[in-house]
Design a protein around this ligand. Sequence first.
Ligand code: NAD
Ligand code: UDP
Length: 317
Amino acid sequence: MSQKKTAVVTGAAGFLGSHLSDLLLGEGYKVIGLDNLLTGNVRNIEHLAGNPDFDFIKHDVTKFIYIPGKVDLIFHFASPASPIDYLELPIQTLKVGSLGTHNTLGLAKEKGATFLIASTSECYGDPLEHPQKETYWGNVNPVGPRGVYDEAKRFAEAMTMGYHRYHKLDTKIVRIFNTYGPRMRLEDGRVVPAFIGQALQGNDLTVFGDGSQTRSFCYVSDLLAGIYKLSQSTYHEPCNIGNPTEMTVLQFAEKILKVTGSKSKIDFRPLPVDDPKVRQPDITLARRILGWEPKVSFDEGIAQTVAYFRDFLGIHA
Ligand code: NAD
Ligand code: UDP
């Protein structure tokens, strides 16, 4: 009988879930990945086919989840995550944040497993406090188009704390700030794949609004190192994980043009409704309780990501 610990990862065929599965296998876990392939792709986990420690189950986690045997750790990452995905899939987004979270918490309770939910900086909405600390309650428009994602995640956090307080479940909540890297979907509409794809293919970069809104981009390996540490910690309240290096969207577009050597121009488009004007994580808490901080510089992370998309598109430098 294997002595390895077993982790369940929902959303395992997605960008973060697939990298998280790799990390957990590297840490010596057996991994069971669940995904209904709504926004993910089996391509992200095809390198794990044949790995005896990895199992994939195609399953919609808004439906009852049955996993035989012991489970030690559950990571609930399933959810449409890019604004165009959740605007196109409002009901699925609300259901995976509510019913999907309920089912995965129920599984954790049944198995006596530790539970970690992938929450988001969107819980802070269009923030009136900057940078955002975990103690900030946010400025979310519940009935705006982004409300389906923001409120689903806020509900998911509330339900997670409910299970922690009422059922004494060992739970963790990570508030993830904009994270990028290889395996993002080229056409998912998020600014990193959008600008890199446009620059590499000689199309104009679609900057929304005047590009003065800010974001702070974290490389995927840094994010997952923080999340793994949080999963091993005894901390139960929400914890921000992200890279505090902040820039405007226009500065980001200019950096992408420089790194790719592209001659593309900037095409200014209307700003989407409720698009947050600023976003930057305060990571004082993660530094203190996890001894974590990001290590990968923006230039290094972007170079890796551009290389991935060049390869994906079959474009050589
Ligand atoms: P992604 O779209 O690449 O991955 C999400 C995965 O969840 C996909 O593979 C999708 O098919 C799956 N999924 C969706 N609904 C499902 C359902 N009902 N049942 C089973 N599987 C389902 O997105 P990502 O960037 O990898 O995001 C992963 C998680 O991290 C999400 O919960 C997202 O909200 C959170 N998050 C990500 C970021 C980021 O910057 N990448 C920021 C904040 C929060
Ligand atoms: N954005 C943009 N052009 C694009 C895609 C996004 O200017 O083609 C902007 C978007 O309006 C937002 C920022 O880039 O201000 C980050 O958008 P993303 O969709 O990556 O994630 P968000 O942080 O809004 O969830």
